[in-house]
Design a protein around this ligand. Structure first.
Ligand SMILES: [Zn+2]
Length: 52
């Protein structure tokens, strides 16, 4: 079951999709760091993951 996450920042169209939550969390954390200079914890990402 793929997991999907859309960035919560206004004006950001980043969206990631992967086979596992772990992968999504990792990619989102990297994106948040580089694109927004934010660090978000894994639980926050996991809570927002959509399972499609
Ligand atoms: Zn973003």
């Amino acid at each position: 079951m793929p997991s999907q996450f859309e960035c919560f920042q206004d004006g950001c169209s980043f969206m990631v999709r992967a086979d596992t939550d772990d992968e999504v969390v990792h990619l989102v954390q990297e994106h948040a760091q580089y694109a927004h200079d934010l660090s978000i914890d894994a639980e926050t990402v996991e809570a927002e993951i959509e399972r499609t």
